[in-house]
Design a protein around this ligand. Structure first.
Ligand code: ADP
Ligand code: MG
Length: 772
């Protein structure tokens, strides 16, 4: 099975999205389809043996849509190469260019229709003034001239500017499937046709219909307004989608590689694993790799968020998209094309922007049944006017009013805004996140985060720096300090735990020799065991000591632990028992921003919980410092998961933040898993949200972002519904008998254009909103 996302050409509206989904769902070999009206893309899962994207595109043609298929589908390996190819693969620049072209078309159409709309409005105003007795009625001759003028203008506007709507109407007549364009086309052409007939056959029809009342102005103004709406909407859509563009520009186009002993410049498409790449002062790093030679500082802020340039020498990792300082160096390419961190970030942001938020389901359901229902309402209101009006106001007036209702209902009922409400906010929200160093996996994650009321944080590496340092050593059995440290470091030399790293580093600083160790056994959440010269040693926490029946007097470490240091015990195991050899105290500094961030979270009314495998006293001391009330200490990795479960069983929505290294199960169990990326080692696939630069203030921003996005979506949905819920009944004329209230189709057109524009404008407001 294949999952692909294709840009869709010819989409205007939410109703288009549901039309396409319905049509393709019926196709053989299609497992799932999700169409996003915001990004105008279709995400399709299909069986390659049963169907092809080309076939699917052909299926959509009669409905007026095509899938933008890359001429030759580039494989994932080829991705992220030359900028244009890359963009073509991702489908961004391509559609952006199309969007810009479309915008030009709307602008031209708008400006050609605008003068006519102004003339029509003037004519309307004159009529109103006549009715108010403020001006003289025009002479018959002038009235005739105005009518013909309006006819000519309406003809131009309907057939030239309004062509897409006529095409939509034609499609509806042929395929019986209506979208928004069809409704607008039907409304405006009915108004036009009626007026044309009333004008051409005025003498014959006199008495049958009110030949004085024509609607050329409706056709002109409605189409102008709708074009204005589309113009504004397209313009804003281009603005909302620029986060990806920014990321794409980070990518270098070429790389300097050494081939046959010479430096040659090649397109980054041609860089292969193991290529030796030369980076000159001020140059962009083209792919990910390992430094071989040379020395420099590299600005990694675009990827890691770290504002201070990072020093690079032999063995350091460099990532694509970062910028070299004044030194120069060579490195060996380890990740190219789509494997680079940058390429993965780009594709993740893109995926997320086109994913659907669960809240959208309702809007989708409504807009899929909307169009047929609106058609029925429009016809019913026309019929009602004729049947009821025939007896009360006479046939001619009834027909005029009925026609106004019919046209108004069709025009005001556009579910455009409804379909745009969610995706526009998601695109902006995800894009804004990416700029702030908050990588969000999908819309559902963003939605769930705003409901989270409990946040569970791992201590090590999340609240603290995760880089503990040895601060003191106590020896028990007559060893001297260096001997003990050497022993500790020897056991830990292959450990991946930060405590192990700290001990090895401390020994190296004193140039202590390391001894050979065998039978190394890491005991998860407790410590490590190893054999040196036939003797078995254990290094770890107090739990590990108790397990081996080693008594440890609390007075030996209590005081240090209560001031935030972690005691690390070393003992020799002899038979079923053992002797304590010493205690090392390590301290992991609290990150500078932790306190501020956690206090801010409390203000957001989120319960903050700290989890750690560390000693109780140590944990409490640190929690106190950063203002956390709930602490679970000495927790084994597997128990982290059950603590989260317990909160969930109590009905809480839990977000868990960890470094993603040994917290993977807990991150997966939480409703929202948030990984702290340290440096440029971005494990973006593992968590719902990745915070770059391991910065907790980004966590606060992520919460604010999700709340702002969801608030935006709710406002959007409210307004979109409101326009329709209020507009449709008024348009039918149901309030006319009692209040004389009837919606002029011109206002219906204005309202409809406004509703889409408000939704998009609201999304853009989110883009400018400050998160801190
Ligand atoms: P956390 O990441 O919350 O600190 P861990 O499960 O990684 O929790 O570790 C729990 C505790 O186990 C540590 O605080 C430490 O006391 C002990 N520990 C684990 N591994 C080691 C090790 N390699 N060396 C020394 N102590 C260790
Ligand atoms: Mg940990």
């Amino acid at each position: 099975m294949k999952h692909e996302t294709y840009p869709v050409i010819g989409m205007h509206c939410a109703s288009c999205a549901s039309l396409i989904e319905k049509k393709l769902k019926k196709e053989k070999g299609v497992h799932a389809i999700e169409v996003n009206p915001g990004t105008e893309t279709a995400k399709i899962s299909f069986e390659e043996s049963e169907t092809s994207p080309h076939h699917l595109s052909e299926t959509l043609k009669p409905l007026g849509y095509t899938l933008a298929l890359p001429s030759a589908q580039p494989s994932a390996e080829q991705m992220g190469m030359s900028e244009s190819e890359h963009a073509a693969h991702l489908g961004t620049s391509q559609t952006k260019q199309e969007k810009i072209k479309e915008l030009g078309k709307y602008r031209r159409n708008l400006f050609s229709a605008l003068p006519f709309a102004v003339v029509s409005l003037l004519a309307m105003t004159w009529d109103v003034l006549v009715e108010m007795g403020r001006v003289e009625m025009l002479s018959d001759q002038w009235q005739y001239i105005t009518r013909v003028l309006l006819l000519l203008m309406a003809t131009y506007v309907l057939f030239v500017v309004g062509k897409p709507y006529l095409v939509g109407l034609g499609r509806f007549l042929r395929t019986r499937r209506a979208n928004m364009d069809s409704l607008i086309g039907l409304g405006t052409s009915v108004a036009y046709l009626y007026s044309l007939i009333a004008t051409l056959f005025a003498s014959q029809l006199n008495g049958v219909i009110d030949t004085e009342m024509v609607f050329f102005d409706v056709t002109i103004i409605v189409i102008t307004f709708i074009t204005l709406g589309k113009f504004l909407e397209t313009r804003s859509k281009i603005k909302t989608g620029d986060a990806i563009e920014k990321l794409l520009t980070l990518q270098a186009k070429t790389a300097l590689v050494i081939r046959d002993g010479r430096e040659v410049e090649i397109p980054i498409t041609e860089v292969m694993h193991g290529d030796v790449i030369v980076v000159k002062p001020g140059g962009k790093i083209p792919v990910d790799g390992l430094v071989l030679d040379g020395y420099s500082f590299v600005d990694e802020s675009m990827i890691s968020g770290e504002p201070v340039p990072v020093s690079k020498e032999k063995g350091a990792t460099v990532v694509a998209g970062t910028i070299n300082g004044t030194g120069s160096f060579t490195f060996s390419a380890t990740k190219v094309g789509s494997e680079t961190v940058l390429a993965r970030i780009i594709s993740m942001v893109q995926e997320a922007q086109s994913s659907k938020a669960p809240v959208q389901a309702l809007a989708d359901k409504i807009s899929s049944v909307f169009v047929p229902i609106v058609l029925v309402i429009a016809i019913l209101s026309l019929a009602a006017w004729l049947i009821i009006g025939y007896r009360t106001i006479g046939m001619t007036a009834a027909f005029s009013y009925g026609l106004i209702s019919f046209v108004s209902v069709l025009i005001i009922a556009c579910p455009c805004a409804l379909g745009l409400a969610t995706p526009m906010a998601i695109i902006v929200g995800v894009g804004k996140g990416a700029r702030e160093g908050i990588l969000i996996k999908d819309a559902a994650t963003l939605e769930r985060l705003h409901e989270a009321d409990v946040i569970v944080l791992d201590k090590t590496g999340t609240i603290t720096k995760g880089k503990p340092e040895l601060v003191s050593l106590k020896t028990m059995q007559g060893h001297d300090e260096s001997e003990l440290l050497s022993l500790l470091a020897s056991i830990e030399q292959r450990s991946e735990h930060p405590i192990g790293t700290a001990l090895v580093k401390a020994a190296a600083e004193q140039s202590l020799p390391l001894r050979e160790v065998t039978h190394i056994d890491a005991i998860r959440g407790k410590g490590i065991q190893g054999v040196i010269e036939g003797k078995t040693y254990i290094v770890g926490n107090v739990l590990l000591m108790h397990e081996s029946k080693i008594d440890v007097e609390t007075s030996l470490y209590e005081e240090d632990a209560n001031s935030g240091k972690t005691p690390v015990f070393i003992a020799e195991k002899i038979g079923g028992k053992g002797t304590l050899l010493g205690i090392a105290m390590v301290a992991d500094a609290i990150k500078a921003e932790s306190q501020e961030a956690l206090t801010a979270l409390k203000h957001l009314k989120i319960q903050v919980v700290m989890l750690t495998g560390d000693h109780e006293g140590t944990a409490r001391s640190i929690a106190r410092e950063v203002n956390i009330d709930t602490v679970y200490a000495e927790v084994l990795p597997e128990d982290k998961l059950s603590i989260i479960k317990r909160y969930q069983d109590e009905g809480h929505i839990v977000a868990m933040v960890g470094d993603g290294v040994n917290d993977a199960p807990a991150l997966a169990q939480a409703d929202v898993g948030i990984a702290m990326a340290t440096g440029t080692d971005v494990a973006i696939e593992s968590a719902g949200i990745t915070l770059l630069h391991g910065d907790l203030t980004k966590l606060v921003k992520a919460f604010r972002l999700s709340r702002a996005t969801m608030a935006g979506i709710k406002q959007n949905l409210f307004w979109a519904f409101a326009y329709n819920v209020i507009g449709i009944p008024i348009a039918t004329g149901i309030f006319f008998p009692a209040f004389g209230l009837l919606l002029n189709p011109i206002f219906a057109g204005l309202a409809m254009a406004l509703s889409s524009v408000t939704v998009v404008a609201n999304a853009l407001r989110l883009k400018r909103k400050k998160l801190s």
